[in-house]
Design a protein around this ligand. Structure first.
Ligand code: 5GP
Length: 207
């Protein structure tokens, strides 16, 4: 069985990665979204094990020392990480898996998993991004400035990704990502084969 695709969806803070991923999962229900581990406290409505696995800083550090994470990073003063064993388990089963992570994590995955496909989600303009960060109401006013600064820095990382998708509307962005997945799955180098193909080197009898 062909291994599943590991898809990194990344981009600056506030660009709408979560919303685009949720839409994508609605139109492609076979896709799986990796549940990260974090030391950030849950926001109202967030459920442990669903949006994140919430943990303490000491547990997180122990997991780092045990090599449990495929990647981890500190984002806005909290730890976030992707469990290595969970990713392997799903990919080995042939599942296509999305990692919705920040640019530091994406850099680590690109080094460790060269077959991963990385997508940078960009805002239609910097003014739009600033509006989203200041307007989403989940942050303390004193944290907004830091978020804006980080977002500007993160934008510069786009050049290291395989694909650039502009989040002009959630639907357009999600449809474009779905097309990228389709194109990647059609790659012969990823194991795409003609139907009824016996696998023999010269077996062209079907055609
Ligand atoms: P939030 O706390 O707003 O859900 O996420 C803050 C940032 O952390 C977002 O940019 C999100 O993509 C990123 N993030 C979430 N999970 C992970 C993870 O497992 N690893 C890394 N490196 N970043 C993550």
């Amino acid at each position: 069985m062909a291994e599943g695709i590991l898809l990194i969806i990344s981009g600056p803070s506030g660009v709408g990665k979560g919303t685009v991923c949720r839409f994508l999962l609605k139109i492609r229900d076979a896709l799986k979204l990796s549940v990260s581990t974090t030391t950030r406290p849950p926001r109202p409505g967030e459920v442990d094990g669903k949006e994140y696995n919430f943990t303490t800083t000491s547990c997180f550090k122990e997991m780092i020392n045990n090599g449990s994470f495929l990647e981890w990073a500190v984002v806005h003063d909290h730890y976030y990480g992707t469990r290595r064993d969970k990713v392997r388990e799903l990919l080995d089963k042939g599942e296509d898996l999305i990692l919705e992570i920040d640019v530091q994590g994406a850099e680590q995955i690109r080094e460790k998993e060269p077959d991963a496909v990385s997508i940078f989600l960009a805002p239609p303009s910097m003014a739009d991004l600033e509006k989203r960060i200041t307007g989403r109401g989940t942050e303390e006013p004193d944290k907004i400035f830091a978020r804006l600064e980080t977002a500007r820095r993160e934008m510069a990382a786009y050049r290291f990704y395989d694909y650039l998708v502009v989040n002009d509307t959630v639907k357009n962005a999600a449809l474009l990502i779905a097309s990228i997945i389709d194109a990647e799955k059609s790659r012969v180098s990823r194991g795409a084969r003609p139907p009824c193909w016996g696998g023999e080197k010269n077996d062209l009898s079907f055609y």
